[in-house]
Design a protein around this ligand. Sequence first.
Ligand code: ATR
Length: 276
Amino acid sequence: MCELYGVIGDPIVHSMSPVMHNAAFKKAVINASYGKFHVTPDALPQAINGIRALGLRGINVTVPHKTAVIPLLDEVDPLAQSIGAVNTIVNREGKLIGFNTDGLGFVEGLKKEISGSISNKSVLIIGAGGAAKAIYHTLAALGVKKVDLANRSEEKAAAMIGTCPAGVESHYHRLDEAGSVLHLYDIVIQTTSIGMYPRVGESPVRIERVKPGAVFSDIIYNPLKTTFLKQAEEKGAIIQNGIDMFVHQGALAFNKWTGVTPDTELLKKVVLKQLG
Ligand code: ATR
């Protein structure tokens, strides 16, 4: 029997998750199909009950449902709880369990770019939205001791820093001053939508100097090289776009559903082809 999986969101038409997961199922010779479901916020409770009623095996959750879905689930894992968002649901014999693979996917994708353990790195996250929060709490859970935030609104960054686990040092930088402190960090992660198509050419910061060997990562993948990444590369940084995070968050979800670790290089090729 064909097992059913999918992604729920609003909007959902441009999601690249189906092409990626269907390629992974084919490669793993698993008889399954992954679709996309347009679910508006008012229909979310019915959609979650629909997973139970129809016996869907696994679901990805995207904007705007990642937080609203939490009280509708039977169980939520501790990392997803601390992030306050779920992007992956596993249906374990009728029991719906929520996980968050966004931050772990980011870290998996970053591993090939950094030398040594991530826990010894100093990190700056630009932005304080949902993606920033997933990465922030995941880094803290992995033992990274210094994770600072640069954001336009201080309130949002301060609220996030207020939830910072003990043992992590975390400071706020004004966004308009962050450009002059970038050289203090081993890893700088751009998580805002600034520079995303069609606003190509814009960047949240002006990069003055980078630390030797620093990695500058942008979670945007359209365009593949944002203005932020172009500037970082010019200053000598190792750069990474958002494709790796997207592929690895998907691969981690796939593994939770099937126990199979997919070939992330294959998934990356499929996603790049889809992007055109
Ligand atoms: P996501 O869930 O994808 O991370 P989000 O929750 O909308 O997206 O968060 C967007 C982030 O980008 C926020 O940190 C936002 O800054 P504020 O907290 O000040 O709103 C930031 N952002 C978006 N557009 C921006 C802009 N034009 N200038 C500066 N920051 C911006």
